[in-house]
Unconditional design. Structure first.
Length: 402
């Protein structure tokens, strides 16, 4: 039987991991009313603790483990920088022991401490070694990250703040068929980024629906356990980038700044912001960051006939200015609409993945007709077609069973 007053005192003494005390379950535990408190206070304190815990899990020890790993604090920041001193490590050992004691609090401990007037739900207590888990986390922080970076792989901007995508696109590289050469170029560049080697900013351009954006997201899904994260930035948010790059520069993870469907008009003020970030700004780009952009046009700035034949005294300089942005992407990869043979290959591969049973010849005939109605062959249309066929077959089978 644990002395809960001693456990509460240990938690209140947390310094390095003090942010955990803001958590609802930790806070509710610290507010548990002892047996000599009024009955209403005891009942309410136990109910609050159980409500907060059971809203997430019925395993207190696992809850403590998860919150411990998600906490962003001075320890993980110093470990990421390689500046964690022995004095920190000594204090950390004591604080992890306090968390271990909290993780081991049983329903019987709580019942004896509070003399709860009513029975309450019983939680579980698995037995993870929190000290060992945390030390392993610090040793592999370059791949696992810390805080919100340890839990999520893809992020967006909300009012200039980095916010996690809780339900990201789960597409994997193994789901794709075709475009192997194009994807291999992007994968090789990403692997260089992960290895800390020189890598390029990447422009994936070409026809709509050819898989440019899907390629970037699938690569992140494939390599996020190796320390890769993605932050999607919209064109009208580019002015936030200098601040974001500064915040990420000392992070141990590797980041793709992802700009989807990028294009500019000549007068667009965001044009200069991105150009400076890609090359030429006073602050050099950190080696843990690369910019990946997709576009349906190779020259990202829209040109008019007057740009090439107008009355500009330095016409060639104007043309050079308009075409220079795409040149700042060291790697440019073209994704074109598939020909008939490649389209058939993609359709058949997707049909196998979805368990489609339609005869090959009829499947391909219908796929061509679907593509014709949809504006031409593309991997996106192939996926839409197969999903439609798979849904139709499933419903037909369900109807036969009724």
């Amino acid at each position: 039987m644990q002395d809960l007053e001693a456990v509460k005192l240990q938690l209140r003494s947390l310094a390095l991991l003090r942010g955990l005390l803001c958590d609802e379950v930790f806070s509710a535990f610290l507010s548990l009313a002892p047996a000599d408190a009024p009955e209403a206070s005891r009942a309410e304190s136990v109910a609050r603790f159980c409500s907060a815990l059971f809203a997430v899990t019925d395993d207190l020890a696992d809850y403590v483990r998860i919150k411990m790993l998600e906490d962003e604090n001075v320890v993980v920041r110093r470990a990421a920088e390689g500046t964690l001193k022995e004095s920190y490590r000594e204090a950390l050992r004591a604080e992890l022991a306090a968390l271990q004691a909290f993780a081991g609090v049983t329903p019987e401990d709580a019942a004896a401490y509070t003399n709860a007037p009513l029975p309450f739900p019983r939680w579980q207590n698995s037995a993870p070694d929190l000290g060992e888990i945390y030390r392993d986390q610090l040793m592999n922080i370059g791949k696992r990250g810390y805080g919100v970076w340890a839990k999520y792989r893809m992020f967006v901007l909300k009012d200039g703040q980095i916010s996690p995508v809780k339900h990201p696109d789960e597409q994997r590289l193994s789901d794709f068929s075709g475009y192997r050469r194009e994807r291999s170029l992007v994968i090789a560049n990403t692997e260089a980024l992960l290895a800390g080697k020189p890598c390029n900013n990447v422009l994936l351009y070409g026809d709509a629906g050819a898989g440019k954006s899907s390629t970037v997201k699938a690569i992140v899904n494939e390599y996020w356990t190796e320390g890769l994260r993605l932050i999607e930035v919209k064109k009208n948010e580019l002015f936030f980038l200098p601040d974001i790059l500064d915040r990420l520069a000392r992070n141990p993870l590797k980041f793709i700044i992802f700009i989807d469907d990028l294009s500019f008009t000549r007068s667009d003020s965001d044009f200069g912001a991105l150009k400076a970030i890609l090359e030429g700004s006073v602050a050099g780009r950190s080696r843990n960051i690369a910019v990946y952009a997709t576009s349906n046009r190779r020259h990202l700035v829209q040109e008019s006939i007057s740009d090439r034949s107008g009355d500009d005294l330095h016409r060639q300089d104007t043309i050079q200015e308009l075409t220079s942005l795409s040149a700042r992407f060291g790697l440019q990869v073209t994704f074109l609409k598939p020909d008939k043979k490649l389209f058939a290959q993609i359709v058949l591969a997707l049909a196998r993945q979805h368990g489609v049973t339609l005869a090959k010849d009829e499947l391909l005939r219908k796929a061509e007709a679907f593509a014709l109605r949809g504006g031409g062959r593309s991997p996106r249309l192939a996926k839409q077609f197969i999903e439609y066929i798979a849904y139709s077959e499933k419903n037909a089978g369900a109807s036969e069973n009724i």
